[in-house]
Design a protein around this ligand. Structure first.
Ligand code: F0G
Length: 354
């Protein structure tokens, strides 16, 4: 068994925009679990797999791109890493900056970031700027700052480095399954991940490493679904805060992934997202953050509408870890049994037979 040292020092290195001069800033991201879901397979009549991206070092898929972006930022002599974020990108940027000995600043929408993500950014030592506005406002400010100041912007906007790193998820999936799946489902916010995942499948197929490519099925929250509407949303609304994005930066990439793959980008309601979030924890033992579950919600929605042929092999990206948003886990419907520490009382509380 070989030991895993992260993406840059893995067999995927040749696909990444690094050279011998690039320092490898890594937390050993990648190589995440690909689990077969017996529950979803039985429910849908498909062969359904979960790519558990919450198992990355900072708890989301963002680490795949951030190892590349921050390694290159360090190589270029940057001193400050900057990003706008709904939470996960900021946690990841802050962690990799800490690892590289760089300063980090993150712009986040005030009151709209899950507590765990904020806690990560703070503890990794980032300067956190809470902005009175949406994620889209944060991103605009970050881009303008980067245009006029010597900072390394690590958002995926015009950041080929992030997307190159995020493509590796497709390589891992094809290597694990022996071929590309028929369908790949995932949540869509700013549009970077559907773009990168599609590019990864295409690159592998172009080199003959996969027999084909999947259809890309992306899902947005109904209150924050600009790509479904075909126009930006000024006031995006969803409890799945990670994907509360009204004006995706990688708009063309996301639409391209949809159209080139013969796929779709559709909306799912918060109710569907949260039902999927609860079900994947309960039935598969995977605690993913709410936005993460949009891919499952979307697959089940297609199934319910009779739009999912049986027998397909489906991979679903679970993009972030449930621990990031423990509040969401306990919201509505937590009923602990309280008792003393006396064994007999505990037995009674558990309704154990005498
Ligand atoms: N899932 C999670 C958990 C996310 O954090 C994000 C994006 C997405 C899905 C959507 O991916 O933006 O590439 O379409 N989070 C960004 C952030 C916006 O700032 O952390 P996308």
């Amino acid at each position: 068994m070989t030991t895993w040292h992260g993406l840059i020092d893995s067999r995927y290195r040749r696909w990444l925009p690094v050279t011998d001069a690039t320092p490898s800033v890594s937390l050993h991201e990648g190589a995440t679990p690909l689990l077969r879901s017996a529950h979803l397979s039985t429910l849908t009549g498909c062969d359904v797999w979960l790519k558990v991206e919450g198992a990355n070092p900072t708890g989301s898929f963002k680490d795949r791109g951030m190892t590349v972006a921050v390694s290159r930022a360090a190589e270029s002599g940057a001193e400050l890493v900057l990003c706008a974020s709904t939470g996960n990108t900021s946690a990841s940027a802050a962690a990799y900056a800490a690892r590289a000995g760089l300063a980090a600043a993150v712009l986040v929408p005030r009151g709209a970031v899950a507590l765990g993500k904020l806690g990560q950014a703070v503890r990794y030592g980032a300067r956190v700027v809470e902005i009175a506005g949406t994620f889209d406002d944060c991103l605009r400010a970050a881009r303008e700052l980067a245009a006029h100041h010597p900072v390394a912007l690590v958002n995926s906007v015009r950041n080929e480095l992030r997307l190159a790193g995020q493509r590796t998820v497709a390589y891992e999936i094809v290597d694990a399954l022996g071929d590309a799946p028929d369908v790949h489902c995932l949540p869509v916010g700013n549009g970077g991940n559907i773009t990168a995942t599609w590019q990864g499948y295409r690159a592998y197929a172009a080199e003959g490493l996969a027999g084909g490519v999947p259809r890309m099925w992306g899902f947005q929250a109904a209150g924050a679904a600009p790509l479904v509407r075909g126009a930006p949303v000024a006031d995006p609304a969803t409890e799945a805060t990670a994907i509360r994005v009204g004006h995706p930066a990688t708009w063309d990439g996301a639409v391209g992934a949809r159209d080139e793959s013969g796929g779709l980008i559709a909306a799912v309601t918060d109710e569907q997202i949260f039902a999927a979030y609860r079900a994947v924890a309960r039935h598969d033992g995977v605690f993913a953050e709410p936005a993460s579950a949009a891919g499952i919600a979307g697959l089940l929605d297609r199934h319910r509408r009779g739009l999912l042929p049986s027998g397909l092999r489906v991979v679903i990206t679970l993009s972030g870890n449930g621990l990031k948003d423990a509040d969401a886990a306990l919201r509505g419907g937590y009923a602990p049994v309280e008792t003393t520490a006396a064994t007999a009382d505990v037995a009674r509380a558990l309704r154990l037979a005498a």
